[in-house]
Design a protein around this ligand. Structure first.
Ligand SMILES: Nc1ncnc2c1ncn2[C@@H]1O[C@H](COP(=O)(O)OP(=O)(O)O)[C@@H](O)[C@H]1O
Ligand SMILES: CC(C)(COP(=O)(O)O)[C@@H](O)C(=O)NCCC(=O)O
Ligand SMILES: [K+]
Length: 261
């Protein structure tokens, strides 16, 4: 089974062999490319032969349509049978307690479902996804998606500063590496300091407030493109943070391969 997570910045693909077993299924082979760009790595993930079973979840409609067209063309061109299933919110095996369950981004729900599956019984989970947007979501101790917080991702916030001011330059943050100095001595570095440490602080504050809803400390899981750069800065007084590279892909595997599905 090939799981495809179409985000606003990137399309992520992961190959899952056999049944989605264990607390958190892990893809054996992963590839990604920028949303809307040509599909760079079909060969790598789809493999050399055999029928293709693809399960796709998207929060970016245009990029999803482009992916589906490219995947079908790729398979047709090689005489490979392909089945393409697009997952909807109602397919995701987690209770959704938000006001409008169908409006929640499916990536948030899938990551929550994956967190839910590996969570210790009776302990809540908080899922932080640092993609184009940053989301911080609460899974209750009884295993439901309760909702959460949405804020701009670091790269997106940098573009917003440049677009909304006369003097601020467009500063690329698509490849974060280390943590910047909090005292920027030029405009670029000041933007970097503000956006990076602002995101770290915002995430910590939202976690702390969601944590206050719980009796026992939650498990906190971090995922998304920018997660590795901030993972070790997010930990709090009574909760540990774990970085999981492919939480949304794992959620897709659980959704289409889980028990009774
Ligand atoms: N080293 C990095 N590699 C890839 N993406 C990064 C890196 N550092 C930060 N990012 C950010 O992560 C985002 C992509 O993450 P991803 O989880 O794929 O987003 P989405 O699901 O919204 O497409 C980009 O907006 C980029 O700004
Ligand atoms: C919040 C998101 C933009 C995050 O998308 P991403 O950063 O993963 O590309 C996406 O989950 C979305 O479009 N959500 C719809 C609104 C909601 O979740 O309530
Ligand atoms: K995402």
């Amino acid at each position: 089974m090939i799981a495809v997570d179409v985000g606003n910045s990137r399309v992520k693909l992961g190959r899952f062999e056999g049944a989605a077993e264990g607390p958190l299924p892990e893809p054996g082979c992963v590839a990604w490319w920028r949303a809307g760009e040509g599909a760079a790595a079909f060969e790598q993930v789809f493999g050399p032969e055999g029928p293709l079973r693809v399960a796709l979840a998207a929060v970016n409609t245009a990029a999803a349509a482009a992916f589906i067209e490219q995947a079908r063309a790729w398979a047709d061109g090689r005489g490979r049978a392909i089945s393409l299933q697009q997952i909807e919110n109602r397919d995701v095996p987690i209770e959704n307690r938000t006001d409008a369950p169908e409006k929640v981004g499916i990536d948030r729900l899938l990551a929550a479902a994956a967190a839910n599956q590996q969570r210790r019984p009776g302990v809540g989970a908080i899922v932080v996804d640092l993609g184009t947007a940053i989301t911080v979501d609460l899974v209750s101790p009884d295993g439901a998606f309760e909702g959460g917080a949405i804020l701009p991702g670091i790269a997106l916030a940098a573009r917003a500063l440049a677009a909304g001011t006369d003097r601020l330059p467009d500063t690329p943050f698509d490849e974060l590496s280390g943590a910047p100095d909090a005292v920027g001595r030029n405009t670029q570095d000041a933007i970097g300091a503000g956006l990076f440490w602002g995101a770290v602080g915002a995430i910590r504050e939202v976690i702390a407030r969601q944590r206050d809803r719980l009796v026992a400390p939650p498990q906190v899981l971090l995922t998304g493109g920018a997660a590795p750069s901030v993972a070790r800065l997010i930990g709090g007084p009574d909760y540990a943070v774990r970085y999981v590279p492919h939480l949304v892909l794992a959620g897709i595997a659980i959704t289409v391969g889980g028990p009774g599905r």
